[in-house]
Design a protein. Structure first.
Length: 298
C-alpha cells in the first residue's frame, strides 16, 4: 500500500461556564495569532503543539510546558523522539480506536513516558475511508463522500463527542488527570490531531478561562498546520489512481467551525449549556475545575 494512501487514512454555548471563571468587566486579552502558537517541530508529525500561552479573561496566561496536543506519534524519527524527551512528558493519552492503531502503529515515545490508550469513537469514519478509497471506484466515492455527505458525516462525529457515554468518560478522565497536582506534563492526541484532540483542547482552554473565540482560533489552526501535508496526500491519491477527485476528502481533512458548532448545539440540546455538560456529562465537579485552572494558569 502506498505511503500516500496510508497518510490519507490517518485523517480519520459556553456562556454559563465562562461566567464562573470570568467576572464581568474584565478586558478581553490580546488575540493570539498563529505565529504565537508554540508548535513542536517534528518530522513524523505535523500538528503537535503546546497549549500554553493563551491569555485568560482575568489577565493571566496558560502556562507553557504542561499540556500538549498532537496528531499520532507512530511515525516519529529517532530525532523526534529525542525532541519529545526534552519536553519532560509524564503521560501520553491516545484517543485512537483499535483500527487506527492497527493501521498506523503504536506511538513511538521516549523511555519512561506512560502511554495510555483511551479510545474515543470516530463514528465509523476510519472504516468508511478505508472502504471508499480502497474501492478505487469514483462513482462509489462520489456516492459516499460527495454532495455534502462528507461534511455531514463529520458533524455527526462531533455530536458523538457529546452523546457517547464512553466518549464523555474519556474526555472527562483526561481533563481530571490534567487537574491533578504534580501530574507532570502530558500530551493527548488522536490520528490527525484535529477532531477528538481539537474538542478536548477547546474544552480545556475554555474551562481555564480562555475566551471562546481564542479557543476556537486554536481549534481552527489545525487547518494551517496540516494544509501542506494534506495537499500532498490528495495529490498522491490522484497520481496513484486511488481517486479521480481527491478533493472529496477535503471535508474530512479539515476542521470547520460548523463541526464545532454541531457539538456545541448537541451540548445545548442535551444539557442546556456547557457547564452542565462538563459537570453532569463529563463528571467534573467545581473542585476539579478549580484545580485545573490553578495548575494550568498562572
Amino acid at each position: 500500500m502506498s505511503l500516500s494512501r496510508r497518510a490519507l487514512l490517518s485523517t480519520a454555548g459556553a456562556t454559563a461556564l465562562l461566567a464562573v471563571t470570568a467576572p464581568p468587566g474584565l478586558a478581553r486579552p490580546r488575540v493570539r495569532t498563529l505565529g504565537d502558537v508554540r508548535r513542536v517541530p517534528l518530522q513524523g508529525a505535523v500538528n503537535v503543539r503546546d497549549l500554553g500561552g493563551y491569555g485568560t479573561y482575568d489577565g493571566a496566561r496558560v502556562r507553557h510546558g504542561l499540556v500538549y496536543r498532537g496528531d499520532h506519534l507512530a511515525r516519529l524519527t529517532d530525532a523526534d523522539v529525542a525532541v519529545l524527551g526534552g519536553l519532560g512528558l509524564a503521560r501520553v493519552v491516545d484517543f485512537r480506536i483499535t483500527l487506527e492503531v492497527r493501521y498506523d502503529g503504536t506511538d513511538r515515545l521516549p523511555a519512561g513516558v506512560a502511554a495510555l490508550s483511551r479510545p474515543v469513537t470516530d463514528n465509523g469514519l476510519y472504516g468508511q475511508l478505508l472502504a471508499a478509497i480502497g474501492s478505487r471506484d469514483p462513482v462509489r466515492q462520489e456516492e459516499m463522500l460527495g454532495g455534502g455527505r462528507a461534511a455531514a458525516f463529520m458533524t455527526e462525529v462531533y455530536r458523538t463527542f457529546v452523546t457517547g457515554a464512553d466518549n464523555r468518560a474519556g474526555f472527562g478522565a483526561t481533563l481530571r488527570e490534567l487537574a491533578a497536582p504534580g501530574a507532570g506534563p502530558q500530551l493527548f492526541h488522536c490520528t490527525s490531531g484535529k477532531d477528538r484532540t481539537g474538542w478536548a483542547s477547546w474544552l480545556l482552554l475554555v474551562l481555564v478561562g480562555v475566551p471562546e473565540s481564542l479557543a476556537t482560533d486554536d481549534y481552527l489552526a489545525s487547518n494551517t498546520y496540516r494544509a501542506a501535508y494534506d495537499a500532498r496526500v490528495r495529490e498522491g491519491l490522484r497520481q496513484s489512481g486511488y481517486m479521480e477527485n481527491p478533493d472529496l476528502i477535503i471535508p474530512l481533512q479539515e476542521v470547520r467551525r460548523e463541526y464545532l458548532d454541531a457539538a456545541l448545539a448537541e451540548v445545548r440540546s442535551r444539557y442546556g449549556g456547557l457547564y452542565a455538560y462538563v459537570t453532569d456529562g463529563l463528571g467534573l465537579d467545581l473542585r476539579t475545575l478549580a484545580a485545573l485552572r490553578n495548575r494550568l494558569v498562572g
